[in-house]
Write a protein that binds this ligand. Structure first.
Ligand code: COS
Length: 388
């Protein structure tokens, strides 16, 4: 699955322009009002951003992973809250249906996802199940041709905007094998949203608890129709998600570096631009080298992702995705930190973009699996390969 080269070049240029002309100028509004303006959301729908990864047969644009990371690099150049309006929709929110859903589930949900009519969120994390996702406690008890769901999901991105959730709940015994993935329409009786989380950064994104009390979900909404497969679906979805987070990290690092190089060329001290001092150049150079390394890694892993059979999992590719997530998000942390340093005291002041990027960047090392989870996945897979 991929868009033809010519159409993709056009799409990429359009996204570049959209970021430059519409999103970057709206960053201050986002920061002040903690919301993405409705006219920007409408523009995103018209550009097809809600359907980037949905195949053409369901009304989407059908990007390959290699193309998706390029678009995400462009979107990374502005506040991540803009991408979060549709990012979970085309990513972890709906990919489970695309990867493992029945033909009926795909036909019912994907066209509405692609048009932006239906926003989907991903609900895995719980108060007591973060990194140890397989220990999740939300119960789904069979009752005739329905399941009754009870539990709490935590930090759910876009929950207030969501029309449906890809939600993992326990239908069987302990551990990963007891977990099923459900498509849960957000308007079912018994679903309540917690108050909006107040976060360190990423203003304009919406996250909150999703509380389920005796929510009756038709058994036909188990993704793939077979219980006990939900943990694997969630992990497959996260593989693609983590690679896209890596691409966003590179885009964000590029923006911070651009802002820093511009500032260094304009700001004068000791009678000349601070960029002429080698200690400042060293910071810029380290950031450029690390950014290039991370971005090359993302593209290499994306190519492997596209080469494997569609929607199949491959532990070696998963391991490489974790390398990208680990390296790129940590790289962004260092680049953002140097960006503030190059700006001196101004870097700590709200009116300079690097101050915001520094706070926004912190989340990327946490969500969709912490740096430590990526290390664990890499370490385990290397041992498995050594023993094989
Ligand atoms: N693709 C497909 N299947 C996968 C997979 C992947 N990437 N990763 C694991 N699985 C399968 C395993 O093969 C195993 O199946 P079998 O029992 O049939 O062999 C099953 O899933 C359980 O895997 P594992 O034993 O590795 O599970 P663990 O409980 O040890 O968990 C970690 C592994 C810690 C890696 C996992 O829980 C994780 O990624 N945690 C972080 C969660 C996260 O990212 N949260 C962010 C929330 S979304 S913002």
């Amino acid at each position: 699955m991929a868009l033809d080269n010519e159409s993709f070049a056009l799409l990429r240029a359009t996204v570049q322009r959209f970021v430059q002309e519409r999103l970057i100028p709206a960053e201050n509004h986002l920061e002040e009002h903690d919301e993405v303006p409705a006219d920007i959301v409408q523009d995103m729908k018209e550009l097809g951003l809600f359907g980037l990864t949905v195949p053409e047969e369901y009304g989407g644009i059908g990007l390959s992973v290699g193309q998706e990371v390029l678009v995400n690099f462009e979107l990374g150049r502005t506040a991540p809250a803009f991408r979060s309006v549709f990012g979970t929709n085309i990513g972890i929110g709906s990919q489970g249906i695309l990867m493992d859903g029945t033909p009926e589930q795909k036909a019912e949900f994907l066209p509405r996802v692609a048009s932006g009519e239906l926003v989907m969120s991903f609900a895995l994390t719980e108060p007591d199940a973060g990194t140890d996702a397989a220990s999740l406690k939300t119960r789904a008890e069979a009752d005739g041709d329905h399941y009754v769901l009870n539990g709490t999901k935590r930090f759910i991105t876009n929950a207030p905007r969501a029309g449906a959730f890809t939600l993992m709940a326990r239908t069987g015994g302990a551990g990963a094998a007891g977990v099923s993935a459900f498509i849960v329409p957000a308007d079912l009786p018994g679903i309540q949203l917690g108050k909006k989380d107040r976060k360190m950064g990423q203003r304009g994104t919406m996250t909150c608890d999703v509380i389920l009390e005796n929510v009756r979900v038709p058994a036909s909404l188990i993704i793939g129709g077979v219980p006990g497969q939900g943990f694997k679906t969630a992990m497959k979805v996260l593989d693609r998600g983590r690679l896209n987070i890596s691409a966003v990290s590179c885009g964000m690092a590029q923006r911070v570096l651009d802002e820093s190089a511009r500032y260094a060329s304009e700001r004068k001290q000791f009678g000349k631009a601070i960029g002429e001092f080698q200690l400042v150049q060293a910071m810029l150079a380290d950031s450029q080298a690390e950014l290039l390394a991370g971005w090359s890694l993302v593209q290499e892993v994306a190519a492997r992702f596209d080469q494997k059979p569609p929607h199949a999992s491959d532990p070696d590719v998963s391991m490489r995705v974790s390398c990208a997530k680990l390296f790129c998000t940590e790289m962004l942390g260092r680049v953002a930190d140097r960006g503030v340093q190059v700006h001196g005291g101004s870097g700590y002041i709200n009116e300079f973009p690097v101050e915001r990027f520094y706070r926004d960047a912190r989340l990327l090392r946490l969500y969709e699996g912490t740096t430590q989870v990526q290390q664990l996945i890499i370490g385990r897979e290397l041992l498995r390969q050594a023993q094989a």
